[in-house]
Design a protein around this ligand. Sequence first.
Ligand code: MG
Ligand code: MG
Length: 260
Amino acid sequence: MIFLKTEHEIDLLRESNQLVGKTLCELAKIIRPGITTLYLDQIAEEFIRDNKAIPGFLGYNGFPYTLCVSVNENVVHGFPSNYVLKDGDVVSIDCGTILNGYYGDSAYTFCVGEVDSQVMKLLKTTKESLYLGIEKAVEGNRIGDIGHAIQTYCESNGYSVVRELVGHGVGRKMHEDPEVPNYGRSGSGPLLKKGMVIAIEPMICLGKRQIVIENDGWTVRTKDRLPAAHFEHTIAIGSKKAEILSSFEFLEKELGDRAI
Ligand code: MG
Ligand code: MG
């Protein structure tokens, strides 16, 4: 069942999602070769709690951390760990919050030091595809229009689209209906209506789209061990244009020319 949100609920969702954007900015300040991914997690948890919110992922279906930190061939749901970031790594950081009972959910793939130009192009294309998907997220279109825009753009650039993991509705629960695949046929799927709030999150692979789940039961990585990229915004469907409730503005200002 798809819950349509009131203006007031969208205000609350905006607050929670803006806090995710600010948390990602705190991470942008410290991400560099030599730090552990667990340190990123500690900083994020502290910042979220200092802002009177609760980490949205911690304890979700038993997930043990505040962040999903997925390095290089890891696509999503990676565990923060004692792994020390090194020059050339790409790191998807996915962050969730609960503020006033509503979820925030957004992800960005960061570069650590100097990243291979081929991998950098994957990141740029994935981020661009997210915005192409958002352009389709208007009243009267269908869910399939979003996925179709993402898929055709990424595949035309030679990349592949993960099928097993999809975007989702966001509200009082982190994962609500509808599912938002990053692939599909235009004109298919549920009709988009004003008041729907969804997370769009392309997960795009440099090589083949097949994935495996690691022994920790969570970490999703590419089977061919080539890098993947992941960008996510939570948005509210509008009549002419979607409103992006989360934000990369804080972190990209911090990153300057290291932004994707
Ligand atoms: Mg997320
Ligand atoms: Mg999500």
